[in-house]
Design a protein around this ligand. Structure first.
Ligand code: SAM
Length: 265
C-alpha cells in the first residue's frame, strides 16, 4: 500500500483536471493580477505551483522571469507547453505534486500559485514545500477562492455530496485571511492581502452549472458519482444552479477572489 494516504485522491484529481483548459480563458486576467501583486521582475527565478495550462507561468515569463511550472495533470501541461511556445518563452514544465516539489531547497526568488495549491489535501505539507523551495527573502503569493463567495460555496456544496478523504482540508479555507495567516505563521513576514474579481460570461445560471460540470474536476466527479442516484443528482444540480443564480446578472457571473503575498524569513 502507498505510504501516502492521499495518493488515490490525487490520482483522481490528476485525471479529473484534464478537462480544465476552457476555464483558463477566465483565469488569464487573474494571472496578470497575481503576477503584478507579487511584484514579479525580469531575471527572477519563479515557480508556478499547480500551473494548469500555464497562465501565470507564461505571464511571468513574458516579463522576463526565469520560470518553471508544475502540475498534476500531464494533459494540462501539454497545453502549457503549447502556450509557452506561442508566447516564444522558455519555461520548464514538470508533472508533479504540490506536496512533494521536485526542486532543491531555496531554488526560487518567487513561488506563486493561482487557484492551485488550495487543492492539495494537506495545506501544511503544501505550504512547507512552497516555503522550502523559496529563498530566504523571497516572495510567496497566491490567489484563492473565499469560502463565503460563489466558487468557495460551490466547493462546500461539492463536499456535501462527495466528502473528501478523512483528514483532507477544505480548499476554500485558503480563501480566509485568518486561516492563511495561521498557516503561513512565523515562517513569513510582511503578510498582505488584496481582492480582485473574475467575470465569467454566462447566458444563465444553468449554463454556468453545465460549464462547471464539463470543466471543473470536483464538480464533474459529483455528477459521475451520482449517476446511479438520479434524485440526489437532480438535487445537487438544483442547489448549484440556485447558488450561481445569486451571483448571475446581465449575462455574467461575478466571483471575487483573495490574493495573498508574504516574504519568507
Ligand atoms: C483550478 S485549476 C488552476 C490552474 C491554473 N493555476 C490557472 O490559474 O489557470 C487547479 C489546478 O491545480 C492542479 N492540482 C490540483 N492538485 C494538485 C496537486 N496536489 N499538485 C499539483 N497540482 C495540483 C490541477 O491539476 C489544476 O491544474
Amino acid at each position: 500500500m502507498s505510504a501516502d494516504p492521499f495518493a488515490q485522491f490525487k490520482a483522481v484529481q490528476r485525471e479529473g483536471w484534464a478537462s480544465f483548459s476552457p476555464l483558463a480563458t477566465f483565469t488569464t486576467p487573474a494571472a496578470a493580477a497575481l503576477v503584478e501583486f507579487a511584484g514579479v521582475r525580469a531575471g527572477q527565478a519563479l515557480l508556478d505551483v499547480a500551473c494548469g495550462t500555464g497562465v501565470v507561468a507564461v505571464t511571468a515569463a513574458r516579463l522576463g522571469a526565469r520560470v518553471r511550472g508544475l502540475d498534476l495533470s500531464p494533459v494540462l501541461l501539454e497545453d502549457a507547453r503549447r502556450s509557452a511556445a506561442l508566447a516564444a518563452v522558455e519555461i520548464e514544465f514538470t508533472e508533479g505534486d504540490a506536496e512533494k516539489l521536485p526542486y532543491a531547497d531555496a531554488s526560487f526568488d518567487v513561488v506563486l500559485s493561482q487557484f492551485g495549491h488550495m487543492f492539495a489535501p494537506r495545506p501544511q505539507v503544501a505550504v512547507a514545500e512552497m516555503l522550502r523551495v523559496l529563498k530566504p527573502g523571497g516572495r510567496i503569493a497566491f490567489s484563492t477562492w473565499p469560502p463565503e463567495l460563489s466558487v468557495g460555496r460551490m466547493f462546500t456544496l461539492v463536499a456535501k455530496y462527495l466528502p473528501p478523504p478523512p483528514g483532507a482540508a477544505a480548499p476554500p479555507d485558503w480563501g480566509d485571511p485568518a486561516v492563511v495567516r495561521q498557516r503561513l505563521g512565523d515562517a513569513v513576514s510582511g503578510l498582505e492581502f488584496d481582492r480582485d474579481d473574475m467575470i465569467v460570461p454566462s447566458l444563465s445560471p444553468r449554463h454556468s452549472r453545465v460549464n462547471m460540470e464539463l470543466t471543473a474536476a470536483p464538480v464533474a466527479k459529483v455528477v459521475e458519482k451520482l449517476q446511479s442516484e438520479p434524485e440526489r443528482l437532480a438535487a445537487f444540480r438544483a442547489e448549484l444552479e440556485e447558488l450561481f443564480g445569486q451571483y448571475w446578472a446581465r449575462n455574467r457571473v461575478r466571483q471575487s477572489f483573495l490574493m495573498t503575498r508574504a516574504v519568507k524569513r
